[in-house]
Design a protein around this ligand. Structure first.
Ligand SMILES: CC(C)(COP(=O)(O)OP(=O)(O)OC[C@H]1O[C@@H](n2cnc3c(N)ncnc32)[C@H](O)[C@@H]1OP(=O)(O)O)[C@@H](O)C(=O)NCCC(=O)NCCS
Length: 330
């Protein structure tokens, strides 16, 4: 189908659980052999949010979506499509997107989930962009929501300190202007390296001759660190080339997946991307997987760090393995 419309980011929103978990809690409450100092210096994280009773991927996604709709001046009845990215859905069925559709009181529009771990939001953004571009949807809601705290092994200091819960959302709207909104997207996967990050489901079964499936989030941290830096460098370099082709003078901000300050610093060092243009909130939220990029985007807009007209580069990488980027003029 022909590309008929530009895809404007009309509004953003985010929602975080109320419970704040400072680094110190891993020693006091969870009795781990770690320290605030180790976590801060090795990751940049100071605290994260963990979902409490009644908070789920769907409730957080719904709250973030309400805020995005209000910011966009779009009503739930205006939406033609809902896409949610998550690897921690309330249930495998119904999807979080269907739960959001019901919670917001939308029409019986298409609603589905996307599973691409920390790249999930950009995969979902890409899917929704295709609908809006071709005229199949005028207004689309895209959310990333996770409650990874419920899948963590709280005795494993290598993984449980890294993650937090939350949700972010954007409303995309068709516009006749082609030089705004979602300008370019790149998506990648490499399933041969699936073992580096795993989030099991209740229906995960053992495969004869293979290691038994994990019961919690499983992470090969050091390998993922190397993968994350390599991919982040590639994504930035590719996006800079894409931007030149699109006639974009440069990026006003880089909003990376909030994985580890050292991953971000290493990628900046190699690419020479200016550190002052990078939006970081991992100190407060840790790694919220599919929610990390849309939460950071929402905070950047609300705080005035980014403003309408700015062109931002979004990059993400994670389980699958998957990696992805988007160039967006706000
Ligand atoms: C996990 C991560 C923080 C570990 O940092 P690192 O500098 O690579 O640390 P290492 O894995 O080399 O471990 C160094 C030592 O610290 C220890 N360590 C790990 N976690 C610790 C913690 N929370 N507190 C104290 N010590 C810890 C390790 O056991 C290891 O000890 P050893 O040398 O005696 O074996 C880092 O690799 C990372 O951020 N990786 C990517 C995260 C990720 O996978 N995110 C999800 C996908 S996007």
């Amino acid at each position: 189908m022909a590309e008929m419309y530009g895809v404007a980011v009309r509004g953003t929103g985010s929602a975080l659980p109320t419970r704040v978990v400072p680094n110190a809690e891993f020693t006091t409450r969870y009795r781990l052999d770690t320290s605030d100092e180790w976590i801060r210096t090795r990751t940049g994280i100071r605290e994260r949010r963990f979902a409490g009773p009644g908070e789920t991927a769907a409730t957080l996604a719904s709250a973030a979506s309400c805020r995005a709709l209000t910011a966009a001046g779009v009503t739930p009845a205006d939406l033609d499509l809902i896409v949610c990215a998550t690897v921690t859905p309330d249930r495998m069925c119904p999807s979080v997107a269907c739960l959001v559709q019901a919670a917001l009181g939308c029409r019986t529009v298409p609603a589905f989930d996307v599973s691409a771990a920390c790249s999930g939001f950009l995969y979902a953004l890409s899917a929704a962009t295709q609908f809006v571009k071709t005229g199949a949807a005028r207004h689309a809601l895209v959310a990333g929501a996770e409650v990874l705290s419920r899948a963590l092994d709280m005795t494993d200091r290598n993984s449980c300190i890294l993650f937090g819960d939350g949700a972010g959302a954007v409303v995309l709207s068709a516009t006749p202007v082609r030089t705004t909104g979602v300008r370019a997207v790149r998506l990648y996967s490499d399933g041969t390296r699936r073992g580096l990050i795993e989030v099991p489901s209740r229906v995960t079964v053992p495969v004869p001759g293979e290691e038994p499936p994990p019961t919690h989030v499983l992470l090969a941290g050091r390998e993922v660190f190397r993968f994350a830096v390599t991919r982040m460098v590639e994504l930035i370099q590719e996006a800079e080339a894409d931007a030149r082709e699109l006639g974009i003078a440069g990026f006003d901000a880089l909003i990376p997946h909030q994985v580890n300050q050292r991953v971000i610093d290493a990628a900046l060092e190699t690419t020479g991307f200016p550190a002052e243009k990078v939006v970081v909130n991992l100190d407060r939220y840790g790694n919220t997987s599919a929610a990390s990029v849309p939460i950071a985007l929402d905070e950047a807009l609300r705080s005035g760090r980014c403003k309408p007209g700015d062109t931002v580069l979004l990059v993400a990488f994670g389980g699958g393995l998957t990696w992805s980027s988007a160039i967006v003029t706000l």
